[in-house]
Ligand binder design. Structure first.
Ligand SMILES: [Zn+2]
Length: 287
């Protein structure tokens, strides 16, 4: 059964570790993440972007697949199914589809409209038992066509949104989606510290977890980050492993063309990446 992300994140914040959100793209991806979480006894959040939802034939298909996989794989660790960077409309679609958590990305609205829409969605989520993430200050890079500049969030705006009753808060602290450029300035711990001081117990979310040095990740967790989103890292690991299989000509040997064989190295690479992240985030054994 899917659970919302609130309890696992409150525990994580109190225990000074973070729960990984791993974005999923298909059945293999979901299976690899779930298997790893179960093996390591770690809570886990499966993230679904609008683009991935569309690719997998809609949010209803995703929710039904994940729900069935959790049951048939005998998963016992807490699993949340979370809409990543949801538009106002997609939030409602995911609530109806059976997701257990949503992110409303109202960062591109003026603060008044972000507040009004966030409040409305919080009320719906409370009634239905979902957790909800809000975002203040846009996060750099590009994710499914939503482009941000990597600014730092205003701690007062963070407090304003946190006080509305969201379950978790994403705040821009210089992090960006995708690969980090050579000249990246690094995370602003000054901003993160100020945000945590204003928002108290609120679990903070770090987007763009791919390529942030391990010491920065650990410092961010010590300053209140309780959820870290990972997407690109798994994609890079998956494609490198499948490329190696094909370049070695293994798809031409025997029944190496069988998709279950051809994609197996990719799945193993996702599992290794998820394991590495869970160990870094400190969530192993916390389920
Ligand atoms: Zn993000």
């Amino acid at each position: 059964m899917l659970v919302n992300a609130k309890e696992m994140l409150v525990k994580a914040k109190a225990g000074k570790y973070a729960v990984g959100q791993f974005n999923i793209n298909n059945l293999e991806w979901t299976k690899a993440v779930l298997e790893t979480a179960e093996e390591l006894k770690s809570p886990v959040i499966l993230g679904v972007s609008a683009g991935a939802g569309k690719y997998m034939c809609g949010f209803k298909t995703v929710a039904a697949m994940v729900d069935a996989m959790v049951e048939s794989m005998g998963i016992t660790v807490p699993v949340a199914l979370h809409l990543d960077h949801g538009t106002y409309e997609d939030c409602y679609k995911c609530i109806d589809a059976g997701f257990s958590s949503i992110m409303f990305d109202g960062s591109h609205y003026a603060i008044e409209e972000n507040v009004a829409k966030t409040k409305e969605l919080i009320a719906v989520c409370e009634e239905k038992g979902l957790s909800i993430e809000a975002e203040v200050g846009s996060i750099g890079g590009e994710e499914d066509g939503v482009v941000g500049m990597g600014e730092c969030a205003d701690p007062d705006e963070c407090k304003l949104i946190a006080d509305l009753g969201v379950s978790m808060l994403a705040a821009g602290i210089g992090n960006i989606h995708g690969k980090y450029p050579e000249n990246w300035a690094g995370l602003s711990f000054e901003t993160l510290d100020a945000i945590q001081q204003k928002t108290g117990d609120m679990p903070l979310v770090l987007h763009g977890g791919t390529g942030i040095p391990a010491d920065m990740i650990k410092k961010a967790i010590s300053l209140g980050v309780a959820k870290i989103n990972v997407n690109t890292e798994c994609q890079i690991a998956f494609s490198a492993a499948v490329r190696e299989y094909i370049e070695a000509g293994k798809d031409l040997q025997g029944k190496g063309f069988d998709p279950r064989k051809l994609l197996a190295p990719g799945s193993a690479a996702i599992k290794a990446t998820v394991k590495e992240m869970m160990e870094l985030f400190g969530s192993v054994g916390k389920a």
